[in-house]
Design a protein around this ligand. Structure first.
Ligand SMILES: Cc1cc2nc3c(=O)[nH]c(=O)nc-3n(C[C@H](O)[C@H](O)[C@H](O)COP(=O)(O)O)c2cc1C
Length: 199
């Protein structure tokens, strides 16, 4: 599928076929290619929880407004970020870059994040946003539907997935065979959000 079609056909699915099982190979292709998404400083902050346990899915659904996608999706991914990934052996993020680039970037990265937890969190969330969109477009290409989800109690989900300290949850992405079409698409006209040169 070309990118334009994937973008145009993707909808936030409200229900999935609970019987459908995604093959291990499809799961691998989806996840490995999603990780080609860009991330700030190539830190790849994402730590993705693949929730396979049906009882855990049910518990998450209870704290996610009862949304059916949580239990019925073939794949339920909780996109988390390691907020301290920037200082965890950062040289590995630039291992293939020319030495002068590494020499420039490593101290820059430290300067950028050290003592600035808000910056670290913002960067991680930006990267999770791009990862999630990449996952959803790849899902489309592989014949699946998806739904990004943040309609849940973050603290409760954090407890359920045993989120480590200094990690944060971005949102969830549910992927499966969509059953019903979402309602008609609705977007603001371009002139409501496109600003020429400055506000
Ligand atoms: C961060 C984020 C969180 C969302 N959370 C939910 C959710 O919890 N449940 C849901 O059904 N849709 C959720 N959505 C989907 C949006 O409602 C949907 O993308 C929007 O209405 C536009 O519809 P479309 O994606 O079908 O074009 C979420 C979307 C985003 C980007």
């Amino acid at each position: 599928m070309d990118v334009m079609s994937a973008v145009q056909n993707r909808r936030a699915a409200k229900s999935f076929d609970p019987q459908h099982q995604m093959s291990a190979e499809t799961r691998r292709v989806l996840l490995e290619n999603a990780a080609l998404a860009p991330s700030a400083y190539n830190i790849q902050h994402w730590r993705v929880v693949d929730v396979q346990d049906i009882e855990l899915r049910k518990s998450i659904r209870e704290v996610a407004w009862g949304q059916a996608q949580v239990t019925d999706a073939s794949l339920l991914l909780v996109l988390c970020a390691d907020l301290e990934a920037w200082q965890e052996r950062p040289q590995r993020y630039w291992a293939t870059a020319p030495q002068p680039v590494q020499d420039f970037l490593l101290p820059k990265l430290d300067e950028y994040y050290r003592g600035k937890p808000e910056v670290a969190r913002d960067e991680a969330m930006r990267s999770l946003g791009i990862l999630g969109m990449t996952l959803m477009l790849l899902a489309q290409d592989l014949g699946y539907d998806s739904c990004p989800m943040d309609g849940f109690d973050y603290a409760a989900v954090a407890r359920l997935i045993r989120l480590p300290a200094h990690y944060a949850i971005g949102y969830m992405v549910a992927i499966g065979k969509g059953q019903d079409n979402a309602w008609e698409r609705n977007r603001l006209p371009l002139q409501d959000w496109l600003i020429k040169n400055h506000f």
